[in-house]
Structures are given as structure tokens and as C-alpha cells.
Unconditional design. Structure first.
Ligand code: AHM
Ligand code: MG
Length: 335
């Protein structure tokens, strides 16, 4: 039997043989993976662990927090604050950035995360996940401010997610392709199960919340309308639809078999660019998708090129199979 490659070994080899990652970044990724294992345990216990249901609080975006949102956030902070690899963290569940306390050594990285994405699926036992993005603290700046986090997604040095579904799978890029690791619960370690993940350029599957159709902009309406016309329409083929309402699970499907995912701007709240957050949802997912040969835009611009102006900034998201994303983008730019 071929020897199994653990995440630890994979990262050590990336550091040693390929020189892709410095030791502090390797440590950071190991710690994030360890935190994901703990979150996976809590998710798995469900009602038995008393972790389901809402907490009596709202996050900065005015969304009611679930107990597991808060637990996952705490697990990530506690795991990461003392190791010496981080300068600060930012999370969907925290109003402002979290500085590593003075009693611990300071590192050179910034970690951003959505601790538990797909919160509406927690209590109904549908896949959810943790999304993370790693940036380098700008050189020469003393201390850390929110400004240090406001870097375009193209500056990320690592990004990934862990999906808690029938299997717990960690998906990672450090800028050299995408690798997937499955949690072996008996051994307690993530094992490499797929390397060099590729998204087919063409697809017959789209993911969008169709209940918002009446609020969409013309280019999105046109694209979906053409898909729905199937073989008889301009696309000349039938399309299938999926919407899990957990971005992690929808993106995982796209990395596994292709497809296109959209959470576009819509007219419900015209001043909001979209529902999803740029820094800890769209950026890491866009980089993973690009690293697997796909594309990611807001309809007009590559997501990774967007210069953020706020930590919790929102963005319109269209990502997945390259030819479909290019088509949808061309429908926007043609106007
Ligand atoms: P969350 O981070 O609060 O869970 O919100 C993000 C989620 C995404 O995972 C998912 O794609 C989307 O919200 C689903 O939204 P909707 O319920 O409007 O379909
Ligand atoms: Mg989320």
C-alpha cells in the first residue's frame, strides 16, 4: 500500500523540498488545521453536545449568532493566539481586529476567517465549514491596525476551508495548486486525498438562490434564463441546479466536479455590493478556484484585484468553471 501523506508531512515537504512556505506559515497552517479538528468534533456532537441553536447575540453585520458560530470563533482564537506566528486576526464574528495579546510573541502573519460558514445549515445537519485567508503584515508598520488587513486578495499567502460534511475535508492552497486532505478520525490526522485539483472549464451545473430572481440585475437574469431554456435555448444543452446555502459546500462541489456559483448583487439592498464578505469568504474561495484553473469575478472585475476599503466589506461573487464565469462577466461588461 502506498504510504499515506499527512498534512504535517505535506507541509514539511512544501517547506523543505519546494521552499514554498516559511516555517512560521507552516506552523500557522498546522494550528488552523488543529482548530478545524476541534470544530469538527463540536459540530459532530450536535444536540448531544448542547451546541445547537442560537446564542443571545448578533454579529457586526446584524446577523443572529448561533452557538456554534461563537464556539468556532473561540476555538480559532485560542488555538492561534499563543504560537508566535500571528500578529492579529479578523473574523466574521468580531466587530474589529483581534490583536495577539502582549504576553505572547508576535509573528508576521494576519489570519482572517469565517469560523462557521453556512450558519443557517447548522441546526438542520447540512454541511457547513470554516473558511480562512492568510496575509502578511505589511513590513515596517509598528503594531497592527485594521488598515494592515486591507490588502487585495492577490496578496494572500495561504487560503483554504474545512468542510464539515459526511467527511471532514480540508482544502488548501499556498499558491501552488490546490490539495485536499480528509480527516482520519481514528488517527486524528488529515490525510492527503487529492492533489492538483482542477475545475473543468465547461459545466452544465449552476448554483444560485433562485428565490432572489426578481431582484437580479439584467446580466444575471439573462445567463440563468439561457441555462433554463436548456437544449432548446441558445446554450443548446440542459443545465442542472444545486444550492446548498453553505458557500463552503457549494465551492467544494465545484472544486470536485465543476460548476458555477453566484451570489450576485441584487436590488433588495442596492447600496450593498452583495451578501458575501470579500476578505474572509470571497478572497480565499476565489484564490482556491483560480489555483484550480477556474475564475472568480464580481461581474466586472477579478475578485482578487479588488482593493478592500473595509474589513467586513461585501462583494458580488461569480466563481467556478472558467468558460461560464467568462461568459457571465461578458454579459456584465457588454452593458
Ligand atoms: P454566513 O456566513 O452567515 O453563513 O452567510 C453566508 C452564506 C453562504 O455560505 C451561502 O452561500 C449564503 O450565505 C446563503 O445565503 P441565502 O440563505 O441567502 O441563500
Ligand atoms: Mg459565511
Amino acid at each position: 500500500m502506498a504510504s499515506r501523506i499527512s498534512l504535517t508531512r505535506f507541509l514539511v515537504e512544501q517547506q523543505r523540498v519546494d521552499g514554498h512556505i516559511p516555517s512560521q506559515l507552516r506552523l500557522l497552517l498546522e494550528v488552523v488545521a488543529r482548530a478545524c479538528k476541534s470544530i469538527s468534533q463540536a459540530v459532530n456532537k450536535g444536540a448531544l453536545g448542547g451546541v445547537l441553536g442560537s446564542a443571545d447575540s448578533e454579529n457586526v453585520q446584524g446577523e443572529v449568532q448561533k452557538k456554534l458560530d461563537i464556539i468556532a470563533n473561540e476555538v480559532l482564537i485560542e488555538a492561534n493566539e499563543w504560537g508566535g506566528h500571528l500578529a492579529a486576526m479578523a473574523s466574521e464574528e468580531m466587530d474589529s481586529i483581534y490583536l495577539v495579546p502582549n504576553r505572547y510573541p508576535q509573528g508576521e502573519y494576519l489570519l482572517l476567517f469565517d469560523p462557521l460558514d453556512g450558519s443557517s445549515n447548522i441546526d438542520v445537519n447540512v454541511s457547513i465549514g470554516t473558511i480562512f485567508s492568510v496575509l502578511k503584515k505589511p513590513e515596517g508598520s509598528p503594531g497592527v491596525t485594521e488598515q494592515d488587513f486591507l490588502q487585495a486578495g492577490a496578496q494572500q499567502v495561504a487560503a483554504g476551508y474545512c468542510v464539515y460534511g459526511p467527511q471532514t475535508t480540508l482544502v488548501l492552497t499556498v499558491g501552488d495548486g490546490v490539495s485536499m486532505f480528509t480527516l482520519d478520525r481514528e488517527q486524528g490526522s488529515f490525510v492527503l486525498t487529492q492533489e492538483n485539483v482542477r475545475i473543468p472549464a465547461d459545466t452544465k451545473e449552476f448554483a444560485i438562490n433562485m428565490s432572489n430572481m426578481r431582484h437580479w440585475d439584467e446580466p444575471v437574469k439573462r445567463y440563468i434564463d439561457e441555462c433554463l431554456q436548456g437544449k432548446e435555448g441558445p446554450r443548446g444543452k440542459d443545465f442542472n441546479m444545486r444550492w446548498i446555502a453553505s458557500m463552503v459546500a457549494d465551492v467544494h462541489r465545484i472544486l470536485t466536479r465543476g460548476g458555477v456559483f453566484m451570489y450576485p448583487w441584487d436590488k433588495r439592498e442596492p447600496n450593498k455590493p452583495g451578501k458575501l464578505r470579500l476578505m474572509y469568504e470571497a478572497n480565499p474561495m476565489s484564490w482556491l478556484v483560480e489555483q484550480a484553473g477556474g475564475a472568480a469575478t464580481n461581474g466586472r472585475q477579478r475578485i482578487l484585484d479588488i482593493q478592500p476599503s473595509q474589513l467586513h466589506e461585501r462583494v458580488s461573487v461569480i466563481l467556478g468553471s472558467k468558460n461560464e464565469v467568462d461568459r457571465i462577466t461578458s454579459y456584465h461588461t457588454a452593458l
